[in-house]
Design a protein around this ligand. Structure first.
Ligand SMILES: CC(C)(COP(=O)(O)OP(=O)(O)OC[C@H]1O[C@@H](n2cnc3c(N)ncnc32)[C@H](O)[C@@H]1OP(=O)(O)O)[C@@H](O)C(=O)NCCC(=O)NCCS
Length: 328
């Protein structure tokens, strides 16, 4: 068995920004309320001519440059997303073509906001078993097109972004590697956060359009409770698996859902907030993109450094959850 490690990291945030003040003009809300309840100040929105795959390409090229690799070295592309460009084919196939890769396995993985942790877990299996050596794992979302800008419960929370890790086979004695990964789902709670209409169960129709059931709908309070409990449990699961205590973790990079969720997770774990990467004020919740984007921002500003031990944890629709620890 081999081990996998992170060879390169890249991310992309679209230029266009929606501030809380912009939202004040669309729904009955206030910037003060949004900041107090979520910590979010702005979120980014992809250009109308671009989509999920375009954001992936921008993030992916940065990750390739960071890894010092070229696309012809890549064996597998996984795009973790709940907002692919089209219902078919997979966004990963579009990304493959736009990056200039040819003939390699490429697929989408939908585990909502936990997608990126699921993606790392899957990539690790392919690398561990020697099937593939270099895997691009994307977390990318175009959530602004899944939002009802008349629904103040959801439209204040989410934004667009993409992030990418290039996972590669680690040398035998390399101290840096993906130490452990875990993933779960509690499908009985799926209706707490979903987009019911417009799929195959309730295909697009006048009724779907009139009721807006193709937009994301959420029971915020229940999601909040589940998120804090589940992410803290997932962190413990990962630390227990590799016998690490919280004081041996340099950074936690949680899914960026909401500042209050992050604070509650820190308090459950008795972990200092100064060692938790938070970018939610700048990005809002970007679902599967949030962990690689936050990771890249913290790497670019010098907080995250090679050799550090980093815990990732996520929670999302499904209800999915996951965690991973890597020595970077
Ligand atoms: C959505 C969320 C911020 C709402 O916060 P909350 O404290 O639960 O707010 P409530 O729903 O209890 O609403 C409190 C009040 O604010 C109002 N309110 C709700 N949304 C509002 C908004 N955008 N602006 C202003 N007021 C709002 C409510 O109507 C309610 O008013 P009332 O007391 O007069 O009835 C919070 O539940 C949350 O963060 N949930 C998790 C969401 C999430 O992260 N989802 C993704 C997970 S991957």
């Amino acid at each position: 068995m081999f081990r996998s490690k992170v060879a390169g990291v890249g991310s992309f945030l679209p230029e266009k920004v929606i501030t809380n003040f912009d939202l004040e003009k669309m729904v009955e809300t206030s910037s003060e309320w949004i900041i107090q309840r979520t910590g979010i100040e702005r979120r980014h929105m992809v250009d109308e001519n671009e989509g999920t795959s375009d954001m992936c390409v921008r993030a992916g090229n940065k990750a390739l440059a960071h890894a010092g690799m070229t696309v012809d070295q890549i064996d597998l592309i996984i795009v973790c997303t709940l907002t692919p460009d089209y219902k078919m084919p997979a966004a990963a196939c579009l990304v493959q073509a736009k990056l200039g890769a040819r003939n390699i396995m490429s697929f989408d993985l939908n585990a909502a906001c936990s997608g990126f942790v699921y993606g790392l877990f899957v990539a690790d299996q392919f690398i561990k078993t020697g099937v593939y050596k270099n895997v691009m794992v994307f977390g990318a979302e175009n959530l602004t097109r899944l939002l009802n800008y008349k629904d103040r419960d959801t439209c204040i929370l989410f934004g667009d972004a993409a992030g990418c890790f290039i996972m590669t086979r680690a040398e035998e004695n390399d101290p840096n590697y993906l130490m452990t990964a875990h993933a779960h789902a509690e499908g009985s709670l799926a209706e707490l956060l979903w987009a019911k209409g417009g799929g195959t169960r309730y295909p697009f129709s006048q009724e779907v359009w009139d009721t807006g059931s193709h937009y994301m709908q959420m029971k915020g309070k229940e999601i909040f409770k589940n998120a804090t409990r589940t992410m803290a449990t997932a962190c413990h699961e990962a630390m227990d698996a590799v016998n690490l205590k919280p004081d041996q973790i340099d950074w936690i990079v949680p899914h960026q859902a909401n500042m209050r969720i992050t604070e509650a997770v820190a308090s459950h774990l008795d972990f200092p907030m100064e060692k938790i990467v938070s970018t939610v004020h700048e990005t809002g919740n970007t679902s599967a993109a949030s962990i690689p984007v936050a990771f890249d921002i913290a790497m670019q500003d010098g907080r995250i450094q090679r050799g550090q031990t980093i815990l990732l944890t996520a929670f999302g629709a499904g209800l999915t959850s996951g965690s991973a620890i890597l020595r970077f």
